[in-house]
Structures are given as C-alpha cells and as structure tokens.
Design a protein around this ligand. Structure first.
Ligand code: ARG
Length: 486
C-alpha cells in the first residue's frame, strides 16, 4: 500500500522476511484502540469531519471481532488495518485515518499498551503465587528441616521460613514490575515518524483516552527508544531466575535420596522406558525457559545497542522477544503456584534428617556464650564435639562426660556445664531459642506470615486500582465512539 515511490513489489520471500504480521496478532486490538483514539482526536480538533470520523470509527469497531488474514500481502498489522479501513470507509474518509501519525509511533504505542496489560496480569499472578507460598507456610510453621549453605546442612530451620523467604523474593519482583509500569504507561502517540507534525493534534487528549498517565514527550525519544522494553524483560529475567531457583530446590528435594517433598502427578512426567520414574520435567522446564527469557533480554539489548537514533526496522524484532517473555513468565507463575498448592511434604523425613546431622552445634556454642564464654572459645568446643561425634559415629547427645572433657581441654570451661547444655539442646529447643528478627525461630513465623498477608492485600488493591483506571478510560472512549457511530 505504501510503495508508490518504489518501482516493484516485494517477492514472496522478501515479503515473508520483512513482514511482522505473524507477530502482530498480539497487538491487533491495541492498534485498533489506538487508531480509534487518534481518529476521535482528529475529529475533536477539526482535522477531520464528523462524517469521516463516523466512517472510520465504525469500520474500526467492525474490525474488533475480525480474524486477520495473515496472507494479505501487508507488511504489518498497521498496514493491514489501514487498508481494511480504506476498503470499508472508502479512500475519501478512510484515507484520512493516518493523518498526523506514523507506524513508528503506532507500533510503540501498541507495545506499551500490551506490556502494561501484561504487567497487570503478571502482578496478579505474582500475588497469587506469593499468597500460595504464605498459605503453605501457615501449615508448616512446625515442620522442621535442615537449612543449607553450599548445599551442606547448616542450621535447623522451618519449612515455613523457607517458603516465606521465597515470598519475600517474589515480593521484590512484584515491586520491580509494579514500578516499571510507571515508566511504561506513557503515550508515544502523535510523535509521528520522528520529529512530530505540523497538523494541530492534541497528544494529551489521546493519552487520556487510552488510560496513559502521561506522554513520552520528545518525539524522537517516543519513537526510537526501547529502554522500557529492556527494563521489562530485565525485571522478568530476574523474576524467572528466582522461580528457577525454587524449581532447582524442588527438583533436588523430590529425589528419592532426599524425599523431602513429592510433586503432584500432574506436574511430573513418566519415562518412556523406565516404568518407575516420576520426573520433575515441569520444574526442569522452568529452569530451561528461564534461559530462553535471558536469551530474549540479550536479543533486545544487542538489537538496540548499535542502532542509530530514530526508528530502525531492527526494532521490529524485539516484539517476539516481548511476547515470549510474557507468555512464559505468566505460565511459569501459574504453574509454580499450583505446584506449591498440591505439594506433599514429607514432614517426618525432613525432621529425621535434621536431627541426625549435628545441626545443634551452633546452638550449643551460643548457649555457652550466654554463660559468658567468648564465642571463639565456644565455637572451638562445639567443633571438637562435632569431630568426636563424627569419629565415634554417635550423635553429640550420646557423648560421654570424658569425651566432653576432651572438648574443653585448654579452656576454663566446666565440662559438666557443657554436658548439661548438650542434654537440653534439641532441634526443637534450637528453633524455640532462635529469637532474632527474621530468623527461623518458631515465634517469628507467625509474625512474618501475618505481615505478609497484610502486604498482599494492599498490593492487590493497588493493582486493581490501576486496572480500573485503564478500563474506565477505554470504557469512556468506547462510549464516545458509540455516540458518534449511532
Ligand atoms: N512493523 C513495524 C514494527 O513492528 C512497524 C513500524 C514500521 N515502520 C517503518 N518505518 N518501516 O516495528
């Protein structure tokens, strides 16, 4: 449709190469809404007549329920929609729709509208997943498990504490996404190809109609920058790496060696040969798809980094990276949430492992500290106790007084005191004694759970306020359109 300056048409192979039509189905509706706001504004500012506006707006309205023909020969959805409008409204009216805009501001408008909707969906999915973590934590405030560093058992902990850690990590993902929305929700519409237009348009009014919080003011910035895309995909990359780490924990914990958890059958796959297998494929794929999203981020950054200012067709390529990022992350959150809610926790096995591993060593050292002995001395005593237990193949609690005497040699510490402390220290007492703010301590769990539940409710209303604002703007736009069309 645009090729009057050029001699020949594109060959099929070249058209297929240059066309973004297959990626554009994701933004078709946004393109129609953007075109409606733009046409309405042209009419309200006496740039087109009411008759033209009526024809254009009703043709656009009819397109909303249409399935687009991707073999139409158009290079992208913008060309296709415009050609369909001209076909229905006639060149006299339809030919005026593209006044004072360009595909360069159009495409970035569509992308911003798509990402802001995806952010709202993702924010809700994140809150659902965080809520699932907190609700499972509620049921496991007494479920004892080993906490790891270097994947070596470190301290006795509680499963609720583990789950709440991930709730907090995902809350930061939520906050990053929520914050990113503020920079995305600005309208580039009316920026034109790069330098604006001589036609007296009102950019503020189209921004308002489409529910934006403001404008991307500078027309060069508006059309050529994709930093907001990189920001969105960066934030999702971080989110996915967090889901990937939960996945890795669950993969390890569902092995028969660990057997801390059992995944529900619906989130596992069988082997084609080994009938006994229950493979955690869904979690493995979360790790795998995280790699794909990091790849998307790399694709976006490398596309943009060498691009001269102003729109370049290279930018067309970033769209598929955005769509894939949204699609994968939304599914990943839905799946992780369901995995959490259907998880079987092997409480006995977790406790047994915790009890059999001298994880009370630090607690013994800390109890001696409370008797006024320097930590460096108590750490040494406790270390010798662990060594003695290891060599004699019995737990610290079964060491004899003469063995305990060995642990205090060279210090002024009374072995009877050490023996008394050992006999009163268990993993359960250890978790009762753990008092520091945010620790695995039994008393901390309740407080942390109630704080998180309150926060989730606040975030939920923040997100729905945003959604309502967009919906009411679009609703108002639709009412104005129907008044003109009738
Ligand atoms: N299909 C293009 C894209 O997705 C739309 C903008 C085309 N602009 C241009 N000047 N060729 O980026």
């Amino acid at each position: 449709m645009y090729r009057s300056r050029l001699g020949t048409n594109l060959s099929d192979i070249t058209l297929d190469y240059v066309s973004s039509i297959s990626d554009d189905s994701e933004i078709a509706l946004y393109d129609i809404l953007g075109s409606q706001a733009h046409s309405l504004m042209l009419f309200q500012n006496d740039i087109i007549s009411k008759k033209d506006a009526k024809k254009i707006l009703s043709a656009l309205e009819n397109l909303k329920n249409k399935k687009f023909d991707s073999s139409s020969g158009a290079e992208d959805i913008h060309e296709l929609i415009e050609s369909l409008i001209i076909k229905e409204a006639g060149m006299e009216s339809g030919g005026k729709m593209h006044t004072a805009r360009s595909r360069n501001d159009q495409v970035v408008l569509d992308i911003r509208m798509k990402i802001r909707d995806d952010i709202n969906i993702l924010c809700n999915c994140l809150l659902d997943t965080i809520e699932a973590l907190v609700s499972v934590a509620k049921n496991h405030q007494k479920t004892i498990m080993p906490l790891y560093t270097h994947l070596q058992q470190a301290q006795a902990g509680l499963f609720s504490h583990y789950l709440l850690a991930h709730a907090d990590i995902l809350t930061r993902d939520f906050e990053r996404l929520y914050e990113t929305f503020r920079r995305i929700n600005h309208s580039p519409l009316g920026a034109g190809p790069v330098g604006g237009t001589s036609i007296p348009i009102d950019r503020h009014s189209t921004a308002k109609m489409l529910g934006f919080d403001g404008l991307v003011e500078n027309s060069l910035d508006a059309t050529s920058a994709r930093d907001f895309v990189a920001e969105y995909v960066s934030v999702i990359s971080i989110l996915m790496t967090n889901l990937s780490r939960i996945s890795e924990d669950f993969v390890i914990w569902s092995t028969s060696e660990f057997s801390f958890i059992e995944l529900s059958d619906e989130f596992t796959s069988p082997s084609s040969v080994m009938p006994q297998k229950k493979n955690p494929d869904i979690l493995e794929l979360t790790r795998g798809k995280t790699a794909e999203i990091i790849g998307n981020l790399t694709a976006i950054l490398t596309t943009v980094k060498g691009l001269a200012s102003g729109y370049g067709r290279d930018l067309q390529q970033v769209k598929s990276s955005i769509w894939s990022t949204s699609r994968i992350s939304i599914s990943a959150l839905l799946i992780i949430k369901s995995i959490l809610l259907t998880l079987k926790v092997n409480v006995k096995k977790m406790k047994k492992v915790t009890e059999s591993s001298n994880l009370i060593a630090l607690d013994i050292a800390e109890k001696l500290v409370q008797e006024g002995i320097p930590f460096r001395v108590t750490h040494k005593i406790s270390g010798i106790l662990v060594q003695l237990s290891h060599n004699s193949k019995k737990p610290i609690s079964k060491l004899t007084l003469s063995e305990i005497e060995e642990s205090v040699t060279g210090t002024k510490v009374d072995p009877v005191l050490v023996s008394k402390i050992i006999s009163t220290t268990t993993v359960v007492s250890s978790l009762k004694d753990r008092k520091s703010f945010g620790s695995s301590g039994s008393n901390e769990q309740k407080r942390m759970i109630s704080d998180r539940s309150e926060l989730i409710n606040k975030f939920r209303s923040d997100v729905s306020e945003r959604e309502n604002k967009i919906n009411s703007s679009i609703g108002e736009l639709e009412r104005q359109i129907s008044r003109i069309i009738e």
